[in-house]
Design a protein around this ligand. Structure first.
Ligand code: PLP
Length: 430
């Protein structure tokens, strides 16, 4: 058994470089986090060798004595982490990712071509909630189902629940999906439940981004109102890359339908190493320090948002309730790509993000900034005020480079970056 460093030096070196990149820069991607050593140990364990199609106690392969115990522990901890009563709620811990958890849920709840409503991607929604453009059905959630997205109000940036209710009267959805990838405010689950009930529709929440906040009661609780709740495990929950599907046990045979949709409808053998790593992460979520972490994530996002607003910048919805801020760069005549490029060069990692009303997803008018990863590195409010100062300087550099480019294309922008002295100076300070 040769260690990686000797067996494959090329990959080993690249991993070391990526490790250095992650720890030497400012990680502000809202969907990323730094998972613990113990989670990584479980994830890189010999469990990766095992096949275990099926569920604990009912497998299609032998040798699953310990795998069954691991998966059962993971399911128990998942329910405990969200304070769910096991006689009311069940959970499937096998989805390989958030996207597969969502597609399995659609497979469980809907028939092909049934109608669903999710938050539009340019409003902050996720691809898997029915994303389609005027020209093309992009996601399998719009290819195999009929999708009518709802949106945020262009002036306030808040979800337009009135319009959603009005459109639901016309569309009569079988499923309403709440949840988002780039929405800085909390959700009115009670209102969404009332709308769903008007049409006998299921209500599903995808809490991928905010699950760590939900588990810590730092966000509204979707379990009170929803039939199914999905999440990723690697964002605010700080686990390995995977997904979970929670379902109401006593409604419409959801337990059988969800479990059957995950396997055999959508997936094959579970990734047991990942399931063990999820279990480790969920044990950490149940500890009192995690509650403190989740509180700090929000306090940091608030501090970051206020500092940026203090510099005169515009945030969509004017602020934040959760772990992220959505920064509207359009008043600066700057695109998210350009700021992302400058930040990358200065070791600040952010992502461009569309804002309601944007035409191009590739050249959007916003940037999304999240606090979960740096909060895991013990950043507090005053650290985020410093981060905002770095971002302010990155904007100033971007605006100056744009002026020099004299043209709005990315190609000219990159050409105008040559010989810029401000970027290395900023990088040094970061
Ligand atoms: N749902 C939401 C709300 C997300 O933001 C994401 C990913 O960013 C996903 C689902 C998909 O998760 P994954 O990348 O694990 O497939």
């Amino acid at each position: 058994n040769t260690p990686l460093q000797e067996d494959d030096k090329e990959i080993y070196d690249l991993i070391q470089k990526e490790k250095y990149r992650q720890y030497s820069g400012l990680e502000l991607i809202a969907s990323e986090n730094f998972t613990s050593l113990s989670v990584m140990e479980a994830n890189g364990s010999p469990l990766t060798n095992k096949y275990s199609e099926g569920l604990p106690g009912a497998r299609y392969y032998g040798g699953n004595e310990y795998i069954d115990q691991i998966e059962n522990l993971c399911r128990k901890r998942a329910l405990e982490a969200f304070s769910l009563n096991p006689s009311e709620w069940g959970v499937n811990v096998q989805p390989y990712s958030g996207s597969t958890a969502n597609f399995a849920t659609l497979t469980a709840l809907l028939q092909p071509q049934d109608r669903l409503m999710g938050l539009d991607l340019p409003s902050g929604g996720h691809l898997t909630h029915g994303w389609q453009t005027a020209k093309r059905k992009v996601s399998s959630s719009s290819i195999y189902f009929q999708s009518m997205p709802y949106r945020v109000n262009g002036d306030t940036g808040i979800i337009d629940y009135d319009k959603l209710e009005e459109n639901a009267q016309l569309f009569r959805p079988k499923l309403i999906i709440c949840g988002a990838s780039a929405y800085a405010r909390d959700w009115d689950y009670a209102r969404l439940r009332r709308i769903a009930d008007q049409h006998g529709a299921y209500l599903m929440a995808d809490i991928a981004h905010i699950s760590g906040l939900v588990a810590s009661a730092e966000a509204n609780n979707p379990f009170t109102f929803c039939d199914v709740v999905t999440t990723t495990t690697h964002k605010t929950l700080r686990g390995p890359r995977a997904g979970l599907v929670f379902f109401r046990k006593n409604k419409d045979e959801l337990e059988t339908r969800v479990n059957g949709a995950v396997f055999p409808s959508c997936q094959g053998g579970p990734h047991n190493n990942t399931i063990a790593a999820i279990a480790v992460a969920l044990k950490q979520v149940a500890a009192p320090e995690f509650k403190q972490y989740a509180k700090q994530v929000r306090a940091n996002a608030k501090a970051l948002g206020e500092a940026l607003t203090g510099y005169g910048y515009k945030l969509v919805t004017g602020g934040t309730d959760n772990h992220l801020v959505l920064w509207d760069l359009r008043p600066l005549d700057l695109t998210g790509n350009k700021l992302e490029k400058i930040c990358d060069m200065a070791n600040i990692t952010i992502n461009k993000n569309s804002i309601h009303g944007d035409i191009s997803m590739l050249s959007p008018g916003g940037a999304r900034l999240g606090t979960p990863a740096l909060t895991s590195r013990s950043f507090k409010e005053q650290d985020f005020i410093k981060v905002a100062e770095f971002l302010h300087r990155a904007v100033q550099i971007s605006v100056a480079v744009q002026e020099k480019a004299g043209n709005n294309t990315m190609k000219d922008f990159v050409a105008a970056l040559q010989d810029n002295n401000d970027i290395p100076a900023l990088k040094k300070e970061v």
